[in-house]
Design a protein around this ligand. Structure first.
Ligand code: AOS
Ligand code: ZN
Ligand code: ZN
Ligand code: ZN
Length: 397
């Protein structure tokens, strides 16, 4: 790839940051109060705008309802746009109400299922007002003990609910169906892996796509292969990028998993160049989103680092010598093929990225500029230190 093509490819990268990554959030044991952490959706948007201002590749922010609920979404949208960002995926919450103890859309009681459905359909309406393309769905539904509920009945309830949401989506809208191996349910999770999510999406319609969260698999699962498979089937809708070592750790992406992230981008770039139209279109429409929960890290700097780690992984994947790789693969030259990939992965792309930023009028070192800018001190003064919720996910204040 020549320098111009590289620069154009870098121009095209987009990463969406999550509103919940800017507020106080934590583990199930403790949520520490971060000085200056965003206290409401307006401040979360200000922080997201700061990340975009410094990186140039994070122009949208995902919302979580009800944590970010407001009375006027058109106003929120205008506010975001005035700060240089747009509102991204809408994430409904059907896990924090007491009613959802035994599940939401898979709950044995029809009344609870209806309560969840009402919220999901409300979120479809919100999408229309925020101008969001994607409804991003994650369900905490599952059981803790064998025999607790009928697994096949639960599967059917999930299917029915997803179908209703699908059919309510606006033209051009999509629903991203996220899966997770376990937690908070520890015996069975209703949407337990990509295959389950894929089977539901296939059955309910074209607007349903699978969302891959990097923290939602068993140890050592080959995520890039799942990505390749779903791209080829036209059903990869998006990502929740983060890093994990043990479970759904929600750490800064690219910290424990830089090679995995590189391999994932390698599959995406390969699919973008595919001769198969479906694969190519699917790759071009992937929603690249971060899903992190910073417990001990300063929020804005943590998010900056995540975005920049994605940019590095993407840049390295752009450097893969595709012809050399293809030739080695065809010749059955195992080690040459692997070396080709590693040559790209081992390249220090920091000078390349600094040059790209300079050419865009962006700071060459966004983290250093952020640290020197006084942003953190200013928000600490303006916002103070909001009391964090006890543990787990933040709750609506
Ligand atoms: C939960 O484990 C999932 O990763 C969710 O995507 C997400 O963290 C939550 O729904 C916040 O919106
Ligand atoms: Zn213990
Ligand atoms: Zn997620
Ligand atoms: Zn998660």
């Amino acid at each position: 790839m020549n320098a111009d093509a590289l620069s154009t490819a870098l121009d095209q990268q987009r990463i969406e940051t999550p509103s919940w990554g800017y507020g106080n959030s934590g583990t199930r044991f403790k949520t520490f109060s971060a000085p200056g952490a965003a206290r409401d959706v307006w401040e979360k948007i200000e922080d997201a705008a700061e990340v975009h201002r410094l990186t140039g590749i994070a122009p949208s922010v995902a919302l979580h309802i009800p944590w970010d609920a407001v009375s006027n979404y058109a106003e929120l949208r205008r506010f975001a746009e005035s700060r240089g960002v747009t509102l991204g995926a809408i994430n409904p919450n059907v896990f924090q109400d007491d009613a959802y103890k035994l599940g939401s859309i898979a709950h044995p009681d029809e009344q609870v299922r209806e309560q969840a459905m009402t919220h999901l359909l409300d979120c479809v309406e919100i999408m229309k007002q925020t101008g969001s393309r994607d409804l991003s769905l994650w369900f905490a539904d599952g059981t803790n003990y064998a025999g607790q509920d009928d697994l096949r009945a639960r599967k059917r309830r999930v299917r029915q609910a997803l179908k209703r949401v699908h059919d309510a989506l606006p033209e051009g809208g999509r629903m991203l169906v996220e899966y997770k191996l376990f937690e908070p349910a520890f015996y069975a999770t209703d949407l337990f892996d990509w295959g389950a999510a894929y089977a539901h999406c296939l059955a309910i319609g074209d607007k349903a796509q699978v969302l891959v969260d990097l923290g939602h698999h068993a140890q050592s699962v080959n995520i890039e292969q799942i990505v390749a498979f779903l791209l080829d089937e036209g059903r990869l809708g998006g990502f929740h990028f983060n890093a994990r070592r043990y479970a759904d750790d929600d750490l800064i992406v690219g910290t424990t998993n830089p090679f995995e992230l590189f391999c994932i981008y390698a599959e995406l770039l390969s699919a973008e160049r595919s001769e198969d139209t479906l694969t190519q279109t699917t790759a071009h429409n992937v929603a690249y989103m971060i899903d992190q929960s910073h417990n001990i890290e300063p929020k804005v700097e943590a998010m900056l680092q995540s975005v920049l780690n994605c940019q590095e992984a993407y840049a390295k994947a752009l450097l893969i010598d595709r012809e050399r790789l293809h030739a080695a693969q065809q010749a059955g030259d195992v080690l040459e093929a692997q070396r080709t990939l590693m040559d790209a992965f081992r390249t220090d792309v920091r000078p390349l990225l600094a040059g790209w930023r300079r050419s865009k009028g962006l700071p060459e070192d966004p983290v250093a500029v952020h640290r020197a800018s006084g942003y953190q001190d200013k928000v600490r003064r303006d916002r103070g230190t909001a009391t964090a919720a006890g543990g787990g996910f933040p709750v609506k204040s």
